[in-house]
Design a protein around this ligand. Sequence first.
Ligand code: HEC
Ligand code: HEC
Length: 306
Amino acid sequence: MNKLVLVGIVFVTLLLGATFLMLGDGVGANDTMLQLGIAGAVAIAVISTFVSIKYIRQMQTDTASGELADENWDGIGEYKNEPPFGWAISFLALTIWAIWYMLAGYPVQSYSQIGEYNEEVAEHDKTFAATHANMDAATKVEMGESVFIVQCAPCHGLSADGIDGKAANLNKRLDAVAVKNAIIHGSNNHLLGSEMPMPDRNGLFNANSGALISDAEINAVSAYVSNGMSGSGADVFAGTCAGCHGSDGKGMAGVAPSIANYNPELVSNILAYGKKGAMGTMPSFNNLNKTQIEALGAYVTSLSSK
Ligand code: HEC
Ligand code: HEC
C-alpha cells in the first residue's frame, strides 16, 4: 500500500474518531436525522481525503507535455496549450453578459432598495386602506387612540394633556397663551393646508372701536376664545376676529381655521406641516398613512368634544 494512502486512512480515522468522541452518547441514539448527519460526515471525510490524495499524487508524478512557446525567462517557459473548452465558453459568455449589463441591463433594471421599500409600503397602505375603508366612527377613534399612544403620547401624554406644558393640551382647543401669541405675532402654520397667514396685531382692527386691537382687548379676546367662546371679550371677537374665523369661531373654508374646536382637516394639516407656536415646535409627520391620519383626526377631535 502506498504511504500516502496510509496517511489518508489514519487521518480519516482520527477525524471520525474525534467526531464520535464529541457526539458521546448521541451516537447510539435512535434518531434518523442524527444518523443521516453522521453518514454525511463519514462520506465527506472519506471522499475529500482520498480526492486530495489523488491530486497530491498527480502533482508528485505528473510530467508536463506539450509544445513550449519560444519565450523563456530564466529557464521558466510557457506551454502552448488550448484553453479548456468549458472555461473558454464561460469566459466568452461572461464577457457578452458584462457588455449587455453595462450598456442595457443595469440602466433598465437598475434595482433600488429604497424604491422596493417604497413600493412595498405603498402596496401595504393600499391593502390597509381597503381593509379599513368602512370603519364606523367609534372604530376610527379607537384606531386613532392606538396610533396616538405610539406616535404622540411621548410628547402629549397618554391622556393628551400635554405633560405639564411639554406639548399642547389636546383636551382643549386653545389656551389663552396660544391665542395671545397668535394675535400678537400672527400665525403662519399652514393650518388651512396652504400658505394663508394670519396678520399680527398691526393688521387687526376692531371694527367696533375703529382702532388697532389694544392690549386690553387682546387679553379679553384671548380669555374669551380659551374659555370655549364664552365670557367677556365677545364684542372684541365680533369686531376683530369673526370676519375671518366666523361668528362662532368655527372658521370659514379657505379663510381661517376653526379656533373653537378641532376638526380632522385641521389635525391632518398640523400633521402634514407641523406647527410653531407659543409652546414650541410640533414636528410634522410623514410616516403615517392616510387611514392613520384620518383616525388621529377623529381621535383628537373627539377629545375636546367630550
Ligand atoms: C384676516 C383674517 C383673520 C383675522 C381677522 C383673524 N384671524 Fe386668526 N387666523 C387666520 C388665519 C388664516 C389663521 C391660520 C394661520 C396659519 O395657518 O397659521 C388664523 C389662525 C389663528 C389662530 C391659531 C390657531 C392655532 O391652532 O394655532 C388663532 C389662535 C387665531 N387665529 C385667533 C384669532 C383671534 C382671536 C382673532 C381676533 C383677535 C383672529 N384670529 C383674527 C385669519 C384671521
Ligand atoms: C416632539 C413632541 C411632539 C410629538 C411627538 C407630537 N407633538 Fe403635537 N405638539 C407638540 C408641541 C410642542 C405642540 C405645541 C405647538 C405650539 O406651540 O403651537 C403641539 C401641538 C399639537 C397640535 C395643535 C394644538 C393646538 O391647538 O395648537 C395638535 C393637533 C397636535 N400637536 C397633534 C399631535 C398628534 C396627533 C401627534 C402624533 C401623531 C403629535 N401631535 C405628536 C409636540 C409634539
